[in-house]
Ligand binder design. Structure first.
Ligand SMILES: [Zn+2]
Length: 398
C-alpha cells in the first residue's frame, strides 16, 4: 500500500537535535517512510490514498514505553476492553509492555514467567489493536531464574526483561539477573520509586546504580517518587535512560527534565503513561505529559515530542519514532483544537492544551482521517483527498 500526506505546514521529526524537517509532504510505501519533505506530483498520483493535511502538523506516532498489557486488547486492572485501540486515537502507535504482571493468577516460578513472556511476545507479533504495534512479552525477574533461562527465552525472541515485581528479598537480588538479561541482548527495565517489594523501602538510586538497567521505569514515581536527592545521582552517575510517566509525580518529572537538559543528555528522557494501572486508562496520557513538559518547563515543544518518539525508539532499538526515510510508516497529524486560543498544534501544546489528533497512519495504513474520537476536532480540514482502494478511512467522530 502506498500512502501520501500532503499540504503539511510543519513536520516534527522526533529527533531532538534536528527537530523540524523542511517541506510539506510525506510518502509511505509497504509500511515504510519513503520520503519526508517534498514528494513529486507523479509519486503522489501513484498513491492508493492521499491525505490532505490542510496546513496541519505531522509528528511521528507516539511510543508509549510503558503500558500494562495482558492478552488481547483487555485490561483486567480496569476491566476494560479496547483500551489499546483507544490509545491509537490519542496518537499512540507503539506500546511497549511493562511485563504481563496484571495477568490474573500470573505465574511466579521460573518456568511460568518464561512461558508467560513467550506467549505474550508471540500473541502480539501479529496482533495490532487499532493498528498499534505492541511489543509485549517482558520476562518478570523472579528468584530462581538462571543465566540459561535468559539465553533460552532470548533465543526464542523475548527481548524485554523487567525487575521490580519479583519475590526477591532486596532489590540488590536483581543485580545478577539484570546482567544475564543484558548479556543475552535483552533490554532491561526496572520499577523505580515506591516499593512493590513487601518490607522494602523502595527502589531508589543506590539500587539502580547497582543494577545498571537500560531503563529506569517511571523515575518520577509510579506513582510514588524516590527522594529528590537521589535524582542527580541517577542522572550524573549512570547512563540509564530515565522514563517519566503521566501516572507519576509531576513535580519530580519537571525536576528530572531540568537535570537531563543541564547534563546535555536529553536523549535519555523517555515519556510513557504507565497505564492501565490504578491510575486508570489514559488514551491522551502521552499528549498530557508532552504538554506538561512544553508548558511548565522551558523545554522546546519539539523536544518534548522527541521524548515521546525518537528517544524511546533509540533506547529500545525500534525502527519507528522518527519521520525519516526508511523508518516504519507511523505518522500522526495534529492540529490545535477547535475552540482553543491557539492556531497550530505546537502553539497549543506549548500553551498547555492537548492537540487534536486529526489522522493516524500506522504501518503505512490510514487508521482514521478527520478526527479522533478522544480529542476535540482540529481547526483545519484534514481529509482523504484521493482514495483508489475500496475502503473508507474517513471518520467524523460524532
Ligand atoms: Zn508500571
Amino acid at each position: 500500500m502506498k500512502t501520501a500526506i500532503v499540504n503539511l505546514a510543519t513536520i516534527v521529526t522526533g529527533d531532538w537535535r534536528h527537530p523540524l524537517a523542511q517541506g510539506d509532504s510525506i510518502l509511505m510505501a509497504d509500511g515504510k517512510i519513503v520520503e519526508v519533505g517534498t514528494v513529486p506530483a507523479d509519486a503522489v498520483r501513484s498513491c492508493d490514498v492521499v491525505i490532505d493535511a490542510g496546513g496541519a502538523t505531522a509528528i511521528p506516532g507516539l511510543i508509549d514505553s510503558q503500558v500494562h498489557n495482558t492478552f488481547g486488547d483487555y485490561t483486567p486492572r480496569q476491566k476494560t476492553v479496547g483500551f489499546l485501540e483507544s490509545y491509537v486515537h490519542g496518537g499512540t502507535t507503539t506500546a511497549i509492555g511493562a511485563s504481563e504482571v496484571h495477568v490474573p493468577g500470573r505465574p511466579k516460578d521460573p518456568e511460568g514467567v518464561k512461558a508467560l513472556a513467550l506467549a505474550a511476545f508471540k500473541c502480539f507479533e501479529h496482533f495490532r489493536p487499532g493498528g498499534m504495534r505492541v511489543h509485549a512479552g517482558s520476562i518478570i525477574l523472579e528468584p530462581g531464574l538462571t543465566e540459561k533461562d535468559f539465553k533460552e527465552v532470548a533465543d526464542k525472541g523475548v527481548w524485554l526483561a523487567k525487575a521490580g515485581f519479583g519475590a526477591v528479598q532486596t532489590p540488590f537480588d536483581y543485580v545478577p539477573m539484570v546482567a544475564w538479561a543484558k548479556k543475552h541482548g535483552m533490554i532491561t527495565t526496572v520499577h523505580t520509586g515506591g516499593s512493590s517489594i513487601p518490607g522494602s523501602s523502595g527502589i531508589w538510586a543506590e539500587h539502580l546504580i547497582a543494577m545498571q538497567p537500560d531503563v529506569s521505569f517511571h523515575v518520577n514515581g509510579g506513582p510514588v517518587a524516590m527522594p529528590d536527592e537521589d535524582f542527580p545521582r541517577v542522572v550524573n552517575d549512570s547512563r540509564i535512560a530515565l522514563q517519566v510517566c503521566t501516572a507519576g509525580n509531576l513535580r519530580t518529572l519537571l525536576l528530572i527534565a531540568d537535570l537531563v537538559r543541564k547534563a546535555d543528555q536529553f536523549d535519555r528522557l523517555l515519556i510513557a503513561t504507565d497505564t492501565p494501572t490504578g491510575s486508570g486508562i489514559m488514551p491522551l496520557g502521552m499528549m498530557y505529559t508532552i504538554t506538561h513538559l512544553a508548558s511548565l518547563s522551558d523545554l522546546p515543544v519539539e523536544w518534548a515530542i522527541a521524548a515521546a518518539t525518537g528517544n524511546n525508539a533509540r533506547v529500545y532499538g525500534l525502527n519507528s519514532g522518527l519521520l525519516k526515510a526508511g523508518c516504519d510508516a507511523d505518522v500522526v497529524v495534529l492540529d490545535a483544537c477547535v475552540g482553543g486560543s491557539k492556531n497550530t498544534a505546537l502553539d497549543a501544546l506549548r500553551n498547555g492544551d492537548i492537540a487534536a489528533v486529526a489522522a493516524v497512519v500506522t504501518d503505512g495504513v490510514p487508521r482514521f482521517v478527520g478526527r479522533s474520537r478522544n480529542t476535540p476536532a482540529p481547526i483545519k480540514n484534514v481529509r482523504v483527498a484521493e482514495c483508489r482502494i475500496p475502503q473508507d478511512f474517513s471518520q467524523s467522530g460524532h
